[in-house]
Design a protein around this ligand. Sequence first.
Ligand SMILES: Nc1ncnc2c1ncn2[C@@H]1O[C@H](COP(=O)(O)OP(=O)(O)OP(=O)(O)O)[C@@H](O)[C@H]1O
Ligand SMILES: [Mg+2]
Length: 327
Amino acid sequence: MINMNTNDYIDLFDELEDGEELNNFINKDKRRQRFPEKHFKDVRNASAGFVAPQDDSLGSFKFTYKAARFEEWWLLDSLGSFYEYQWIKDVLRRVKGGKEASVYQCLSGPAVNDRLAAAKVYRPRALRNLRNDGVYRAGRADLGADGKVVIDDGQLHAMQKKTEYGRELLHQSWIAYEFTSLQALHAAGADVPQPYTMAHNAILMGYIGDEEMSAPALSEVNLERSEAAKVFDRVLYNLDIFLKNERIHGDLSAYNILYWDGDISIIDFPQVVSPHVNKDAFTIFQRDVKRVCDYFARQGIKSDAQKLAEKMWSSYGYQIFEPEVIE
Ligand SMILES: Nc1ncnc2c1ncn2[C@@H]1O[C@H](COP(=O)(O)OP(=O)(O)OP(=O)(O)O)[C@@H](O)[C@H]1O
Ligand SMILES: [Mg+2]
């Protein structure tokens, strides 16, 4: 069995990015041998309510989406457990390919009570940014594949030392934060996609949009003034729920708010921080509020971002640590 490690992944993605012809890289007959699906620990039952695995093996997981050869392997590896446990039946298309993750429109399986689901598949490349994640990780306990705080000494040590294993654990923690934040905020009534399940490299959530088109982000939409006022109120309502649930989004802007049929869905939570323990929390919160206000100012809704942030923050009695400049 060949064990792919983090660097192997990154090298492969680099080759892919460099436009190198990878189509022949993986000889189909040898694919399973070269890239075994299960070299990561399975974390398929991160969410309650998962159903029994299908009898047939992953070998039957063929999808409609025409992926490039390496991407196909990456999807098989990342989404295989969702298929096995009947969360999804098919991958229909790629909604968006990004620097950190790609999102795919999937046909749901019986475990999901909706026709479509969105799978966010993280790129190993994301590991490279770990050195920049300090501001978000400060005071934030790392989470394991089960979404619980890591307490194992060996694992804590590996993460502290940023060994390869440690970096994989940190990657997992990043994903677990996204998933557990969606769980908590969805349960609290916030406008976020419904989280279904999490795997070692992907999360499955409610899909926003329809068959043909995924929901645009607010950044791609111009709103009538009256609609803008309504949507602005709704965003603030959500920020309030976030604060009440001790979370700051940390990368909020019109790019991470989807808009569909007059409703919003806030996405993209891996960098979420706690107002209690992160000394930059208020600065991060202010930045979130300012970016939101900037967008709505362009839609004709003027507001004082600074005052708004202070008012919301102090209404929960959160402390303002001595501010530090962050990018
Ligand atoms: N639940 C969803 N339903 C429909 N589309 C979604 C969903 N989640 C994400 N998307 C689409 O995928 C894109 C990327 O998702 P997300 O912002 O979570 O990832 P990201 O890694 O931050 O990507 P980026 O760097 O482009 O922001 C979104 O801008 C949106 O177009
Ligand atoms: Mg995003």
